[in-house]
Write a protein that binds this ligand. Structure first.
Ligand code: OSB
Ligand code: MG
Length: 374
């Protein structure tokens, strides 16, 4: 399929409430949207980079730069055989996987539309609804946290993830356990600890958590292996995994026993699926992480989570948990703790173009590369 033109835009979408982790505070999402056109159809992709480099070195600004200067101009006019090979033509860009993923995923959407199948089918999923979990940011205190957990359990979420940081960890998780019994519970530290925190992490090990996500540094696979050897609870890797190569190394070292797959973090759906395949072969469960995506990114995540190795509920929450109003319709809403996937071609959701236009801060079109500020 020939790609005729491409558009990149930045929209700003304020979160209903700030999302706080050990590595930063998110108030608003600066979301880059890639739109690719070919064969009279269009596909969309979302870039998950944040405004600040607290989670990854990439930011919405670096992604804008890499997409406009180094990735999108070369896509226009090209014959793309299939979405799996879009990035084969970008060996000149090292890293910047979130920028690459936004482009790659737009081509997946376009390709699925051209073939006339839903994205989940093109990826090889079953089409069955996927179980969903919720990730709760750091709260002002335990009472606030317990209220949040209660509300999400009432909404039907199948797994509760709680952000932790030094000083707000074991006692807080114990309070959740004491109040809600054996609910599926896990903690995400976003790299807040070191092996020096082993005594505390061993206490956490007694709380029957489903897993402890990314306790140590994003480049510390050896330390994660040393930690996993001391814990019964599976360590789950998020920030440490950017590629199939990272997964192979992590599994070889036994640095973690569960993998969080985020298409943005690993450079798109082809890499996500390859990681899924390696983990499935090794008997390692995976689940789909989230980056506070709009309804567009969520559609990709829900489709990906339909692959058979995704045996644990993902960070896939309803639109209302993030936004006053989403940019897709219908909005994402879990039913009885399960979501999607949608049956239309491609990502299947309808884009609310009026709302997207109103939220747009800047836009570039290729060919041409003309910057348009509304
Ligand atoms: O570590 O999984 C994470 C959000 C932004 C950056 C990193 C993470 C998260 C979440 C939220 O935990 C998941 C979601 O609901 O999208
Ligand atoms: Mg995480």
């Amino acid at each position: 399929m020939k790609i005729d033109s491409v558009e990149l835009r930045e929209i700003r979408l304020p979160l209903r409430e700030p999302f706080v982790t050990s590595s930063g505070r998110w108030h608003i999402r600066s979301i880059l949207l890639v739109r690719v056109r070919g064969e009279g159809l269009e596909g969309w992709g979302e870039c998950v980079a944040a405004e600040d480099p607290g989670y990854s070195y990439e930011t919405s600004e670096t992604a804008w730069h890499v997409l406009t200067e180094h990735l999108l101009p070369g896509l226009v006019g090209r014959e793309v055989m299939g979405p799996g090979e879009v990035l084969d033509h970008a060996p000149h860009v090292r890293g910047h996987r979130m920028a690459k993923a936004a482009m790659e995923m737009a081509v997946w959407d376009l390709h699925a539309r051209a073939v006339g199948v839903p994205l989940w089918e093109m990826l090889g999923g079953s089409g069955a609804p996927v179980p969903v979990g919720v990730s709760i940011g750091l709260q002002a205190g335990n009472d606030a946290l317990l209220r949040k957990v209660e509300g999400y359990l009432e909404e039907g979420y199948r797994r509760i993830k709680v952000k932790v940081k030094p000083g707000r960890d074991v006692a807080m998780l114990r309070a959740v356990r004491d109040r809600f019994g054996d609910v599926p519970l896990m903690a995400d530290a976003n790299s807040a600890y070191t092996l020096g925190d082993l005594p505390m992490l061993k206490e956490m090990d007694d709380l029957e958590l489903l897993m402890i996500e990314q306790p140590l540094g994003h480049e510390d696979l050896l330390d994660h292996a040393a930690l996993q050897a001391e814990l019964r609870t599976p360590v789950c890797l998020d920030e440490s995994i950017r590629s199939v190569g990272d997964v192979r190394l992590a599994l070889h070292l036994d640095a973690g026993r569960i993998i969080n797959i985020k298409p943005g973090r690993v450079g798109g759906l082809a890499e996500s699926r390859a990681i899924h395949d390696v983990c499935r072969e090794a008997g390692v469960p995976v689940w789909c992480g989230g980056m506070l995506e709009s309804g567009i990114g969520r559609a990709f995540n829900v489709a990906l989570a339909g692959l058979p190795g995704f045996t644990l509920p993902g960070d896939l929450s309803g639109s209302r948990r993030y936004w006053e109003e989403d940019i897709v319709s219908p909005e994402w809403e879990p039913v009885d703790g399960y979501m999607g996937p949608v049956d239309g071609p491609g990502i299947g959701v309808e884009l609310r173009m009026d709302r997207i236009e109103a939220l747009t801060r800047r836009r570039v079109e290729f060919p041409g590369g003309t910057l348009i500020r509304p």
